[in-house]
Design a protein around this ligand. Structure first.
Ligand code: ADP
Length: 516
Protein backbone atom coordinates (compact mmCIF):
# COMPACT_ATOMS: atom_id res chain seq x y z
CA UNK A 1 0.00 0.00 0.00
CA UNK A 2 2.79 2.43 0.81
CA UNK A 3 5.66 1.11 -1.12
CA UNK A 4 7.77 4.21 -0.57
CA UNK A 5 6.76 5.05 3.01
CA UNK A 6 9.14 4.39 5.80
CA UNK A 7 6.55 2.69 8.00
CA UNK A 8 6.09 -0.96 8.67
CA UNK A 9 4.32 -2.64 5.77
CA UNK A 10 1.06 -4.46 6.43
CA UNK A 11 0.58 -7.83 4.76
CA UNK A 12 -1.66 -6.07 2.33
CA UNK A 13 1.01 -3.71 1.20
CA UNK A 14 3.74 -6.38 1.15
CA UNK A 15 4.44 -6.76 -2.54
CA UNK A 16 4.29 -10.25 -3.96
CA UNK A 17 7.88 -11.44 -4.38
CA UNK A 18 7.89 -12.90 -7.83
CA UNK A 19 10.13 -15.96 -7.89
CA UNK A 20 13.34 -15.07 -9.59
CA UNK A 21 14.64 -16.90 -12.62
CA UNK A 22 17.56 -17.93 -10.38
CA UNK A 23 15.31 -19.78 -7.94
CA UNK A 24 13.44 -21.50 -10.73
CA UNK A 25 16.76 -22.62 -12.26
CA UNK A 26 18.01 -23.95 -8.90
CA UNK A 27 14.73 -25.86 -8.43
CA UNK A 28 14.98 -27.23 -11.94
CA UNK A 29 18.57 -28.46 -11.42
CA UNK A 30 17.64 -29.98 -8.06
CA UNK A 31 14.71 -31.83 -9.65
CA UNK A 32 17.00 -33.16 -12.39
CA UNK A 33 19.58 -34.26 -9.80
CA UNK A 34 16.97 -36.06 -7.67
CA UNK A 35 15.59 -37.74 -10.79
CA UNK A 36 19.05 -38.96 -11.88
CA UNK A 37 20.00 -40.31 -8.46
CA UNK A 38 16.55 -41.88 -7.95
CA UNK A 39 16.68 -43.55 -11.37
CA UNK A 40 20.32 -44.50 -11.72
CA UNK A 41 21.83 -44.95 -8.26
CA UNK A 42 19.52 -47.71 -7.12
CA UNK A 43 19.39 -46.37 -3.55
CA UNK A 44 16.65 -48.15 -1.63
CA UNK A 45 15.13 -45.14 0.16
CA UNK A 46 12.21 -42.85 -0.70
CA UNK A 47 14.58 -40.39 -2.39
CA UNK A 48 11.70 -38.82 -4.32
CA UNK A 49 10.52 -37.30 -1.06
CA UNK A 50 13.22 -34.69 -1.73
CA UNK A 51 11.00 -33.26 -4.49
CA UNK A 52 9.28 -31.33 -1.68
CA UNK A 53 12.46 -29.22 -1.54
CA UNK A 54 11.99 -28.47 -5.22
CA UNK A 55 8.43 -27.39 -4.55
CA UNK A 56 9.43 -25.22 -1.60
CA UNK A 57 12.20 -23.51 -3.58
CA UNK A 58 10.24 -23.02 -6.78
CA UNK A 59 6.71 -22.77 -5.47
CA UNK A 60 7.03 -20.12 -2.78
CA UNK A 61 4.43 -17.47 -3.76
CA UNK A 62 4.50 -18.69 -7.31
CA UNK A 63 0.81 -18.48 -8.00
CA UNK A 64 -1.74 -21.25 -7.90
CA UNK A 65 -1.50 -22.44 -11.51
CA UNK A 66 2.28 -22.57 -11.75
CA UNK A 67 2.52 -24.29 -8.38
CA UNK A 68 0.20 -27.08 -9.60
CA UNK A 69 2.33 -27.45 -12.76
CA UNK A 70 5.50 -27.84 -10.65
CA UNK A 71 3.72 -30.30 -8.35
CA UNK A 72 2.50 -32.41 -11.28
CA UNK A 73 5.98 -32.23 -12.83
CA UNK A 74 7.60 -33.59 -9.63
CA UNK A 75 4.95 -36.34 -9.39
CA UNK A 76 5.57 -37.24 -13.04
CA UNK A 77 9.34 -37.50 -12.44
CA UNK A 78 8.68 -39.70 -9.38
CA UNK A 79 6.46 -42.02 -11.42
CA UNK A 80 8.87 -42.01 -14.36
CA UNK A 81 11.74 -43.06 -12.11
CA UNK A 82 9.57 -45.79 -10.58
CA UNK A 83 8.57 -47.05 -14.02
CA UNK A 84 12.16 -47.13 -15.30
CA UNK A 85 13.59 -48.86 -12.21
CA UNK A 86 10.78 -51.05 -10.89
CA UNK A 87 8.28 -51.64 -13.73
CA UNK A 88 9.55 -55.17 -14.39
CA UNK A 89 9.81 -56.31 -10.77
CA UNK A 90 7.48 -54.16 -8.70
CA UNK A 91 7.89 -55.10 -5.05
CA UNK A 92 6.02 -53.96 -1.99
CA UNK A 93 8.92 -51.72 -0.76
CA UNK A 94 9.29 -49.63 -3.93
CA UNK A 95 5.51 -49.19 -4.11
CA UNK A 96 5.44 -48.00 -0.47
CA UNK A 97 8.31 -45.61 -1.20
CA UNK A 98 6.39 -44.35 -4.24
CA UNK A 99 3.27 -43.76 -2.13
CA UNK A 100 5.28 -41.92 0.58
CA UNK A 101 6.98 -39.68 -2.01
CA UNK A 102 3.73 -38.87 -3.81
CA UNK A 103 2.03 -38.27 -0.40
CA UNK A 104 4.77 -35.82 0.62
CA UNK A 105 4.34 -34.06 -2.73
CA UNK A 106 0.56 -33.76 -2.26
CA UNK A 107 0.83 -32.51 1.36
CA UNK A 108 3.52 -29.92 0.50
CA UNK A 109 1.57 -28.69 -2.53
CA UNK A 110 -1.57 -28.50 -0.40
CA UNK A 111 0.21 -26.42 2.26
CA UNK A 112 1.72 -24.11 -0.33
CA UNK A 113 -1.67 -23.67 -2.02
CA UNK A 114 -3.25 -22.96 1.36
CA UNK A 115 -0.67 -20.29 2.03
CA UNK A 116 -1.28 -18.83 -1.41
CA UNK A 117 -4.97 -18.59 -0.54
CA UNK A 118 -4.27 -16.94 2.82
CA UNK A 119 -1.96 -14.43 1.16
CA UNK A 120 -4.59 -13.67 -1.43
CA UNK A 121 -7.19 -12.99 1.27
CA UNK A 122 -4.82 -10.77 3.23
CA UNK A 123 -4.04 -8.86 0.05
CA UNK A 124 -7.74 -8.50 -0.64
CA UNK A 125 -8.36 -7.19 2.88
CA UNK A 126 -5.46 -4.78 2.48
CA UNK A 127 -6.88 -3.57 -0.79
CA UNK A 128 -10.28 -3.14 0.80
CA UNK A 129 -8.71 -1.14 3.67
CA UNK A 130 -6.92 1.07 1.18
CA UNK A 131 -10.10 1.60 -0.85
CA UNK A 132 -12.05 2.53 2.28
CA UNK A 133 -9.24 4.84 3.41
CA UNK A 134 -9.18 6.62 0.08
CA UNK A 135 -12.96 6.86 -0.08
CA UNK A 136 -13.06 8.80 3.21
CA UNK A 137 -13.99 12.48 3.01
CA UNK A 138 -11.38 13.35 5.64
CA UNK A 139 -7.62 13.15 5.32
CA UNK A 140 -5.99 10.32 7.25
CA UNK A 141 -2.40 9.69 8.14
CA UNK A 142 -1.05 6.89 10.28
CA UNK A 143 1.43 7.45 13.10
CA UNK A 144 3.94 5.08 14.59
CA UNK A 145 3.89 6.10 18.26
CA UNK A 146 5.96 3.19 19.59
CA UNK A 147 9.19 5.23 20.07
CA UNK A 148 7.22 7.85 22.04
CA UNK A 149 5.76 5.11 24.23
CA UNK A 150 9.30 3.84 24.86
CA UNK A 151 10.54 7.36 25.68
CA UNK A 152 7.66 7.85 28.15
CA UNK A 153 8.48 4.49 29.74
CA UNK A 154 12.11 5.61 30.17
CA UNK A 155 10.98 8.84 31.86
CA UNK A 156 8.60 6.93 34.11
CA UNK A 157 11.36 4.45 34.95
CA UNK A 158 13.53 7.38 36.03
CA UNK A 159 10.96 8.09 38.75
CA UNK A 160 8.88 10.86 37.16
CA UNK A 161 5.29 10.68 38.39
CA UNK A 162 3.86 14.02 37.26
CA UNK A 163 4.40 13.69 33.52
CA UNK A 164 2.58 16.93 32.65
CA UNK A 165 4.85 18.96 34.93
CA UNK A 166 7.87 17.17 33.47
CA UNK A 167 6.79 17.96 29.89
CA UNK A 168 6.12 21.61 30.76
CA UNK A 169 9.59 21.88 32.22
CA UNK A 170 11.30 19.98 29.35
CA UNK A 171 10.11 21.35 26.01
CA UNK A 172 13.18 19.73 24.40
CA UNK A 173 11.81 16.30 25.37
CA UNK A 174 8.50 17.16 23.68
CA UNK A 175 10.34 18.29 20.53
CA UNK A 176 12.48 15.13 20.48
CA UNK A 177 9.45 12.89 21.00
CA UNK A 178 7.68 14.64 18.13
CA UNK A 179 10.64 13.98 15.86
CA UNK A 180 10.42 10.26 16.72
CA UNK A 181 6.93 9.82 15.26
CA UNK A 182 7.04 8.30 11.79
CA UNK A 183 4.18 8.63 9.34
CA UNK A 184 3.51 5.13 8.07
CA UNK A 185 0.66 5.67 5.64
CA UNK A 186 -1.63 8.35 4.23
CA UNK A 187 -4.77 8.42 2.10
CA UNK A 188 -5.36 10.35 -1.12
CA UNK A 189 -7.24 13.12 0.66
CA UNK A 190 -4.19 13.74 2.88
CA UNK A 191 -1.99 14.00 -0.21
CA UNK A 192 -4.36 16.62 -1.67
CA UNK A 193 -4.51 18.53 1.62
CA UNK A 194 -0.75 18.68 2.04
CA UNK A 195 -0.04 19.31 -1.64
CA UNK A 196 2.11 16.18 -2.01
CA UNK A 197 1.81 14.29 -5.31
CA UNK A 198 2.52 10.72 -4.15
CA UNK A 199 2.69 8.66 -0.98
CA UNK A 200 6.38 8.13 -1.59
CA UNK A 201 6.96 11.88 -1.46
CA UNK A 202 4.89 12.38 1.71
CA UNK A 203 6.54 13.64 4.91
CA UNK A 204 8.38 10.88 6.74
CA UNK A 205 8.04 12.30 10.24
CA UNK A 206 5.46 14.30 12.16
CA UNK A 207 8.05 16.97 12.92
CA UNK A 208 8.50 17.53 9.16
CA UNK A 209 5.13 19.27 8.94
CA UNK A 210 4.13 20.17 12.51
CA UNK A 211 5.49 23.67 13.23
CA UNK A 212 7.96 24.18 16.10
CA UNK A 213 5.51 26.35 18.02
CA UNK A 214 2.84 23.60 18.04
CA UNK A 215 1.55 23.01 21.54
CA UNK A 216 -0.79 20.09 20.80
CA UNK A 217 1.89 17.39 20.89
CA UNK A 218 2.47 17.79 24.63
CA UNK A 219 -1.17 16.76 25.17
CA UNK A 220 -0.68 13.92 22.67
CA UNK A 221 2.20 12.53 24.77
CA UNK A 222 -0.08 12.57 27.82
CA UNK A 223 -2.82 10.85 25.79
CA UNK A 224 -0.36 8.11 24.77
CA UNK A 225 0.72 7.72 28.38
CA UNK A 226 -2.89 7.45 29.56
CA UNK A 227 -3.94 5.42 26.53
CA UNK A 228 -6.95 7.69 26.04
CA UNK A 229 -9.86 6.35 24.02
CA UNK A 230 -10.01 9.58 22.13
CA UNK A 231 -7.40 12.26 21.55
CA UNK A 232 -8.45 15.38 19.70
CA UNK A 233 -6.49 18.56 19.12
CA UNK A 234 -6.67 21.71 17.08
CA UNK A 235 -3.36 22.67 15.54
CA UNK A 236 -1.62 23.78 12.38
CA UNK A 237 0.39 21.82 9.86
CA UNK A 238 2.65 23.21 7.15
CA UNK A 239 1.82 21.93 3.66
CA UNK A 240 4.50 21.07 1.11
CA UNK A 241 4.21 24.52 -0.48
CA UNK A 242 4.68 26.20 2.90
CA UNK A 243 1.09 27.22 3.57
CA UNK A 244 -0.02 26.79 7.20
CA UNK A 245 -3.24 24.77 7.41
CA UNK A 246 -5.51 24.82 10.46
CA UNK A 247 -6.68 21.32 11.27
CA UNK A 248 -8.37 19.20 13.91
CA UNK A 249 -6.70 15.82 14.36
CA UNK A 250 -8.40 12.95 16.19
CA UNK A 251 -7.33 9.41 16.95
CA UNK A 252 -7.85 6.62 19.42
CA UNK A 253 -5.14 5.26 21.70
CA UNK A 254 -7.26 2.75 23.61
CA UNK A 255 -5.36 0.19 25.66
CA UNK A 256 -4.70 -2.95 23.68
CA UNK A 257 -4.57 -1.16 20.33
CA UNK A 258 -1.15 -1.39 18.68
CA UNK A 259 0.70 1.92 18.50
CA UNK A 260 2.60 1.15 15.31
CA UNK A 261 -0.12 2.29 12.94
CA UNK A 262 -2.47 4.74 14.63
CA UNK A 263 -4.68 6.36 11.98
CA UNK A 264 -5.47 10.01 12.68
CA UNK A 265 -8.48 11.68 11.05
CA UNK A 266 -7.61 15.16 9.90
CA UNK A 267 -10.27 17.80 9.43
CA UNK A 268 -9.35 20.90 7.45
CA UNK A 269 -10.83 23.83 9.41
CA UNK A 270 -9.35 26.69 7.41
CA UNK A 271 -12.78 27.72 6.18
CA UNK A 272 -14.18 27.74 9.72
CA UNK A 273 -11.14 29.63 11.04
CA UNK A 274 -11.45 32.14 8.25
CA UNK A 275 -15.10 32.68 9.14
CA UNK A 276 -14.29 33.00 12.83
CA UNK A 277 -11.60 35.51 12.02
CA UNK A 278 -13.92 37.51 9.77
CA UNK A 279 -16.55 37.59 12.52
CA UNK A 280 -13.96 38.61 15.13
CA UNK A 281 -12.59 41.27 12.83
CA UNK A 282 -16.05 42.57 12.07
CA UNK A 283 -16.73 42.69 15.79
CA UNK A 284 -13.45 44.47 16.40
CA UNK A 285 -14.18 46.98 13.66
CA UNK A 286 -17.68 47.47 15.00
CA UNK A 287 -16.26 48.03 18.46
CA UNK A 288 -13.91 50.60 16.98
CA UNK A 289 -16.68 52.38 15.18
CA UNK A 290 -18.78 52.32 18.33
CA UNK A 291 -15.85 53.58 20.35
CA UNK A 292 -15.19 56.39 17.89
CA UNK A 293 -18.87 57.26 17.89
CA UNK A 294 -18.92 57.10 21.69
CA UNK A 295 -15.85 59.32 21.88
CA UNK A 296 -17.50 61.78 19.49
CA UNK A 297 -20.73 61.75 21.48
CA UNK A 298 -18.86 62.05 24.74
CA UNK A 299 -16.76 64.94 23.44
CA UNK A 300 -19.91 66.70 22.28
CA UNK A 301 -21.60 66.14 25.63
CA UNK A 302 -18.51 67.26 27.57
CA UNK A 303 -18.26 70.34 25.39
CA UNK A 304 -21.93 71.03 25.92
CA UNK A 305 -21.86 70.37 29.67
CA UNK A 306 -18.77 72.41 30.41
CA UNK A 307 -19.55 75.20 27.99
CA UNK A 308 -21.79 76.88 30.50
CA UNK A 309 -19.38 76.61 33.51
CA UNK A 310 -16.54 77.78 31.25
CA UNK A 311 -18.51 80.85 30.19
CA UNK A 312 -19.24 81.46 33.87
CA UNK A 313 -15.54 81.09 34.74
CA UNK A 314 -14.67 83.60 32.05
CA UNK A 315 -17.37 85.97 33.33
CA UNK A 316 -16.25 85.68 36.97
CA UNK A 317 -12.58 86.12 35.97
CA UNK A 318 -13.33 89.31 33.93
CA UNK A 319 -15.51 90.66 36.75
CA UNK A 320 -12.76 90.00 39.29
CA UNK A 321 -10.28 91.79 37.01
CA UNK A 322 -12.65 94.74 36.63
CA UNK A 323 -13.19 95.01 40.43
CA UNK A 324 -9.45 94.95 40.92
CA UNK A 325 -8.87 97.58 38.18
CA UNK A 326 -11.10 100.09 40.05
CA UNK A 327 -9.44 102.90 41.90
CA UNK A 328 -9.51 102.03 44.72
CA UNK A 329 -9.84 98.29 43.92
CA UNK A 330 -13.01 96.67 45.36
CA UNK A 331 -11.48 93.69 47.08
CA UNK A 332 -14.78 92.32 48.47
CA UNK A 333 -16.46 92.24 45.07
CA UNK A 334 -13.33 90.76 43.54
CA UNK A 335 -13.30 88.03 46.20
CA UNK A 336 -17.00 87.28 45.52
CA UNK A 337 -16.23 86.96 41.82
CA UNK A 338 -13.34 84.59 42.56
CA UNK A 339 -15.65 82.51 44.82
CA UNK A 340 -18.10 82.26 41.91
CA UNK A 341 -15.22 81.22 39.68
CA UNK A 342 -14.31 78.53 42.18
CA UNK A 343 -17.88 77.13 42.14
CA UNK A 344 -17.84 77.07 38.35
CA UNK A 345 -14.57 75.10 38.38
CA UNK A 346 -16.13 72.62 40.84
CA UNK A 347 -19.01 72.30 38.42
CA UNK A 348 -16.56 71.33 35.68
CA UNK A 349 -15.05 68.67 37.97
CA UNK A 350 -18.51 67.30 38.66
CA UNK A 351 -19.19 67.00 34.94
CA UNK A 352 -15.88 65.20 34.48
CA UNK A 353 -16.70 62.84 37.36
CA UNK A 354 -20.08 62.03 35.80
CA UNK A 355 -18.38 61.19 32.50
CA UNK A 356 -15.88 59.00 34.33
CA UNK A 357 -18.64 57.12 36.12
CA UNK A 358 -20.36 56.60 32.81
CA UNK A 359 -17.21 55.03 31.36
CA UNK A 360 -16.59 52.90 34.46
CA UNK A 361 -20.16 51.54 34.33
CA UNK A 362 -19.54 50.46 30.77
CA UNK A 363 -17.02 47.85 31.92
CA UNK A 364 -17.81 44.42 30.65
CA UNK A 365 -18.07 40.96 32.15
CA UNK A 366 -15.24 39.78 34.34
CA UNK A 367 -14.51 36.05 34.42
CA UNK A 368 -11.54 33.72 34.96
CA UNK A 369 -9.52 33.57 31.75
CA UNK A 370 -6.61 31.52 30.51
CA UNK A 371 -4.24 34.33 29.57
CA UNK A 372 -2.06 32.05 27.44
CA UNK A 373 -5.07 31.09 25.30
CA UNK A 374 -6.21 34.70 25.12
CA UNK A 375 -2.83 35.97 23.90
CA UNK A 376 -2.65 33.09 21.42
CA UNK A 377 -6.11 34.00 20.09
CA UNK A 378 -5.11 37.64 19.72
CA UNK A 379 -1.93 36.58 17.91
CA UNK A 380 -3.95 34.38 15.57
CA UNK A 381 -6.38 37.19 14.98
CA UNK A 382 -3.58 39.61 14.22
CA UNK A 383 -2.02 37.01 11.90
CA UNK A 384 -3.84 38.32 8.85
CA UNK A 385 -2.79 41.90 9.57
CA UNK A 386 0.73 40.68 10.10
CA UNK A 387 0.69 39.26 6.57
CA UNK A 388 -0.64 42.54 5.19
CA UNK A 389 2.10 44.47 7.02
CA UNK A 390 4.79 41.98 6.00
CA UNK A 391 5.46 41.40 9.70
CA UNK A 392 5.92 38.30 11.83
CA UNK A 393 4.72 37.63 15.38
CA UNK A 394 6.56 35.22 17.68
CA UNK A 395 4.69 34.20 20.82
CA UNK A 396 6.60 32.47 23.61
CA UNK A 397 5.00 31.46 26.87
CA UNK A 398 6.22 29.81 30.01
CA UNK A 399 2.78 29.92 31.63
CA UNK A 400 0.32 27.81 29.68
CA UNK A 401 -2.11 27.46 32.59
CA UNK A 402 -2.04 31.05 33.80
CA UNK A 403 -5.48 32.27 34.88
CA UNK A 404 -6.47 35.89 35.45
CA UNK A 405 -9.78 37.58 36.19
CA UNK A 406 -10.77 39.82 33.34
CA UNK A 407 -12.92 40.87 30.45
CA UNK A 408 -11.99 38.74 27.43
CA UNK A 409 -13.09 41.26 24.82
CA UNK A 410 -11.43 44.26 26.43
CA UNK A 411 -8.16 42.39 26.99
CA UNK A 412 -8.11 41.10 23.45
CA UNK A 413 -8.72 44.62 22.23
CA UNK A 414 -5.86 45.84 24.37
CA UNK A 415 -3.48 43.32 22.80
CA UNK A 416 -4.71 44.03 19.30
CA UNK A 417 -4.22 47.77 19.83
CA UNK A 418 -0.65 47.20 20.93
CA UNK A 419 0.10 44.80 18.07
CA UNK A 420 -1.40 47.22 15.54
CA UNK A 421 0.74 50.06 16.93
CA UNK A 422 3.79 47.79 16.61
CA UNK A 423 2.97 46.95 12.96
CA UNK A 424 2.51 50.63 12.16
CA UNK A 425 5.75 51.60 13.91
CA UNK A 426 7.70 49.07 11.84
CA UNK A 427 6.37 50.20 8.48
CA UNK A 428 9.61 52.03 7.51
CA UNK A 429 11.66 48.81 8.01
CA UNK A 430 12.35 46.24 5.29
CA UNK A 431 9.72 43.42 5.57
CA UNK A 432 12.24 40.82 6.83
CA UNK A 433 13.01 42.97 9.91
CA UNK A 434 9.40 43.55 10.99
CA UNK A 435 9.18 41.35 14.03
CA UNK A 436 6.89 41.45 17.08
CA UNK A 437 7.90 39.29 20.01
CA UNK A 438 5.32 38.55 22.68
CA UNK A 439 6.31 36.84 25.87
CA UNK A 440 4.03 35.61 28.64
CA UNK A 441 5.37 34.68 32.04
CA UNK A 442 4.34 34.48 35.66
CA UNK A 443 6.08 36.45 38.40
CA UNK A 444 5.36 35.69 42.04
CA UNK A 445 1.84 37.12 41.97
CA UNK A 446 1.39 38.67 38.57
CA UNK A 447 1.01 37.71 34.97
CA UNK A 448 3.46 39.58 32.80
CA UNK A 449 3.06 40.12 29.07
CA UNK A 450 5.84 41.88 27.20
CA UNK A 451 5.42 42.96 23.62
CA UNK A 452 8.47 44.17 21.77
CA UNK A 453 8.67 45.48 18.24
CA UNK A 454 11.68 46.46 16.10
CA UNK A 455 10.42 49.95 15.25
CA UNK A 456 12.03 53.29 16.18
CA UNK A 457 10.56 53.33 19.72
CA UNK A 458 9.25 56.49 21.36
CA UNK A 459 11.00 59.71 20.44
CA UNK A 460 10.83 63.33 21.59
CA UNK A 461 7.56 64.37 23.21
CA UNK A 462 6.19 60.85 22.68
CA UNK A 463 8.38 59.72 25.55
CA UNK A 464 6.60 61.91 28.07
CA UNK A 465 3.02 61.64 26.97
CA UNK A 466 2.28 58.50 25.01
CA UNK A 467 -0.81 57.82 27.14
CA UNK A 468 -2.19 61.33 26.84
CA UNK A 469 -5.53 61.30 25.02
CA UNK A 470 -5.32 62.77 21.51
CA UNK A 471 -1.51 62.61 21.43
CA UNK A 472 -0.53 61.14 18.08
CA UNK A 473 2.36 61.34 15.64
CA UNK A 474 0.45 59.51 12.91
CA UNK A 475 -1.32 61.13 10.05
CA UNK A 476 -4.98 60.29 10.60
CA UNK A 477 -4.21 58.96 14.11
CA UNK A 478 -6.69 59.63 16.88
CA UNK A 479 -4.22 59.38 19.73
CA UNK A 480 -6.66 57.37 21.80
CA UNK A 481 -5.29 53.81 21.45
CA UNK A 482 -2.76 53.91 24.28
CA UNK A 483 -5.00 55.90 26.58
CA UNK A 484 -7.75 53.28 26.07
CA UNK A 485 -5.14 50.53 26.66
CA UNK A 486 -4.20 52.13 29.95
CA UNK A 487 -7.87 52.41 30.99
CA UNK A 488 -8.39 48.70 30.20
CA UNK A 489 -5.31 47.68 32.20
CA UNK A 490 -6.37 49.86 35.14
CA UNK A 491 -9.86 48.36 35.04
CA UNK A 492 -8.09 45.04 35.65
CA UNK A 493 -6.02 46.46 38.53
CA UNK A 494 -2.92 46.13 36.41
CA UNK A 495 -0.10 48.32 35.11
CA UNK A 496 1.21 49.20 31.67
CA UNK A 497 4.70 50.56 31.01
CA UNK A 498 6.40 51.60 27.78
CA UNK A 499 10.16 51.68 27.39
CA UNK A 500 12.56 51.83 24.49
CA UNK A 501 14.43 48.52 24.34
CA UNK A 502 18.25 48.86 24.59
CA UNK A 503 18.59 46.92 21.32
CA UNK A 504 15.94 49.02 19.56
CA UNK A 505 12.18 49.04 19.30
CA UNK A 506 9.49 49.72 21.86
CA UNK A 507 8.79 47.29 24.68
CA UNK A 508 5.37 47.38 26.31
CA UNK A 509 5.06 45.57 29.64
CA UNK A 510 1.64 44.64 30.97
CA UNK A 511 1.32 43.43 34.53
CA UNK A 512 -1.98 41.87 35.58
CA UNK A 513 -2.82 40.18 38.89
CA UNK A 514 -2.81 36.40 38.47
CA UNK A 515 -5.45 34.22 40.10
CA UNK A 516 -4.12 32.04 42.89
P1 ADP B 1 -2.55 56.47 17.49
O1 ADP B 1 -2.15 55.09 17.15
O2 ADP B 1 -3.88 56.86 16.97
O3 ADP B 1 -1.49 57.50 17.16
P2 ADP B 1 -1.98 55.72 20.18
O4 ADP B 1 -2.48 56.24 21.48
O5 ADP B 1 -2.14 54.26 19.97
O6 ADP B 1 -2.72 56.51 19.06
O7 ADP B 1 -0.46 56.06 20.05
C1 ADP B 1 -0.02 57.35 20.41
C2 ADP B 1 1.37 57.58 19.87
O8 ADP B 1 2.31 56.79 20.58
C3 ADP B 1 1.54 57.17 18.43
O9 ADP B 1 1.11 58.19 17.53
C4 ADP B 1 3.04 56.97 18.36
O10 ADP B 1 3.73 58.20 18.21
C5 ADP B 1 3.37 56.43 19.72
N1 ADP B 1 3.47 54.98 19.66
C6 ADP B 1 2.52 54.09 20.00
N2 ADP B 1 2.96 52.83 19.83
C7 ADP B 1 4.22 52.92 19.37
C8 ADP B 1 5.23 51.96 18.99
N3 ADP B 1 5.00 50.65 19.06
N4 ADP B 1 6.42 52.42 18.57
C9 ADP B 1 6.65 53.75 18.49
N5 ADP B 1 5.76 54.70 18.83
C10 ADP B 1 4.55 54.30 19.26
Amino acid sequence: MTAGMAGPASPAERPLPTPTGGRQAVAFCLAALIFCIDTLAGIKVALAVLYVLVLVIAGDRLGRRRLIIWSLGCAALTLLSFTIVHARHPGIDPVLRLIISLGANIITSGLLLHREEMDRRVRQEGQRYENVLNALAVAVWEHDFRPVEAAIAAVRAAGITDLRAYLNAHPDFVAEARAMVRITDVNDRALDLMGVPTKQAFFQRLSDFLPDNDDSFLECILAIDERRDMFQAETQVIAAHGEPIDIIVAFSLSPGKPLDRVPGSILDIRQRKHLEMTVERARFELDEVQRTAAVGAMSASIAHEINQPLAAIQGFASAAARWLDRDPPDIREARDSLAGLNRAVENVYEVMQRVRNLVANARGETAPLNLHALVRDAVTLAGRDAGAHGAKIIFASSAADLIILGDRILLKQLLLNLITNAFQAMEPLPPGDRLVEIDLSLTVTDARVTLRDRGPGLAGSGREKPFEPFFTTKRGGMGLGLSICRSIVELHDGRIALANHPEGGLEVTLTLPAEA
